[in-house]
Design a protein around this ligand. Structure first.
Ligand code: MTE
Length: 298
């Protein structure tokens, strides 16, 4: 693909790693002036990243329980090595790929993305990942393929949420092919230049920053190219509340709460809620949905 998406802020612009971890000290003014300047620049752009601690301790990963702290407490049981991904359906080179083989030769990019959960909380996360388009081009998408389906690993003996059947597992998700090929869509393998933690979906998870977080399926073991729209976990669980598209949209409320604003994790108890942005602040995807009624295709 000729065009590669460029961040509005690169990691080089952001606070060095040691300072990230001391962000509270920075904000409290207890570390050096240089660091304060950098932190100020990042927050002026509204993209001050959450700390590693926040990103790895407040999670949704129902295979490991429904509480926000459950994944951090339980996901050490996830076995991530060896890891292979089955690529099947309408592709030229289907197969069971060892993760390293599937990613060999593809470039890992730094992406500082807003992340907006359908539950109306949000974070800013510095991912490291591979554009999904690069992976799909490597396996060769056939012309009839209109959708991509994804599946999460099931390790019943290690997953308390699977044992308790809190959702119909395996967790499944899907994208339209043009969404999957968009340069914003990545398969994340790291956060803050560290291998992605189990609770965040090790060893590889989808990140689609303009959609609600539940589209960003974790710990992927299968990618299928197909003609028909695939079933998705939350749509199966509650079709009235969760559609296939699930684009972040402040004008379309969830049946049980408003989506107009969001609570930024780490903002503190008294921080004002922030306005939620159309497509989560990624207007470059609007052309994918031209002519679609986004209140009907929610
Ligand atoms: N993937 C799987 N397999 N299981 C899940 O329960 N939760 C989703 C998504 N991917 C989920 C999943 C939801 S609701 C959100 S908001 C994000 O993961 C949370 O990602 P994070 O914990 O890395 O912030």
């Amino acid at each position: 693909m000729a065009y590669r998406w460029k961040n509005d802020l690169t990691m080089a612009d952001v606070t060095p790693k040691a300072a990230y971890l001391n962000r509270r000290q920075i904000l409290a003014g207890t570390v050096g002036l240089g660091a304060i300047g950098l932190a100020g620049r990042a927050s002026a752009q509204g993209l001050e990243p959450n700390t590693l601690e926040e990103i790895t301790s407040y999670n949704n990963f129902y295979e490991f329980g429904t509480g926000k702290g459950d994944p951090a407490a339980n996901a050490h049981k996830l076995v991530t090595s060896p890891w292979s991904i089955k690529v099947d359906g309408m592709v030229d080179r289907p197969g069971d790929y060892a993760l390293d083989d599937l990613l060999a030769g593809l470039s890992v990019e730094d992406r500082l993305y807003r992340f907006r959960c359908v539950e109306a909380w949000s974070m800013v996360i510095p991912w490291n990942g591979i554009e999904l388009a690069d992976i799909l081009n490597k396996v060769g998408v056939q012309s009839g393929a209109r959708y991509v389906a994804f599946e999460t690993v099931v390790q019943p003996e290690n997953m308390i949420g699977v044992q308790r059947r809190v959702l119909d597992f395996p967790y499944v998700e899907g994208l339209r092919i043009d969404e999957a090929m968009h340069p914003l869509t990545i398969m994340a393998t790291g956060i803050y230049d560290e291998p992605i933690y189990n609770q965040n979906g090790a060893p590889i998870r989808l990140v689609v920053p303009w959609k609600y977080g539940f589209k960003s399926i974790k710990s992927i073991v299968r990618i299928t190219l197909q003609e028909d729209e695939p079933p998705t976990s939350w749509n199966k669980a509650n079709p009235r509340e969760y559609g296939f598209y699930s684009n972040v949209n402040p004008n379309v409320d969830h049946p049980r709460w408003s989506q107009a604003t969001e609570r930024r994790i780490g903002g503190g108890l008294f921080a004002a809620r922030q306005d939620t942005l159309m497509f989560n602040g990624y207007p470059e995807v609007a052309s994918l949905y031209e002519g679609m009624d986004l209140t009907r295709f929610y």
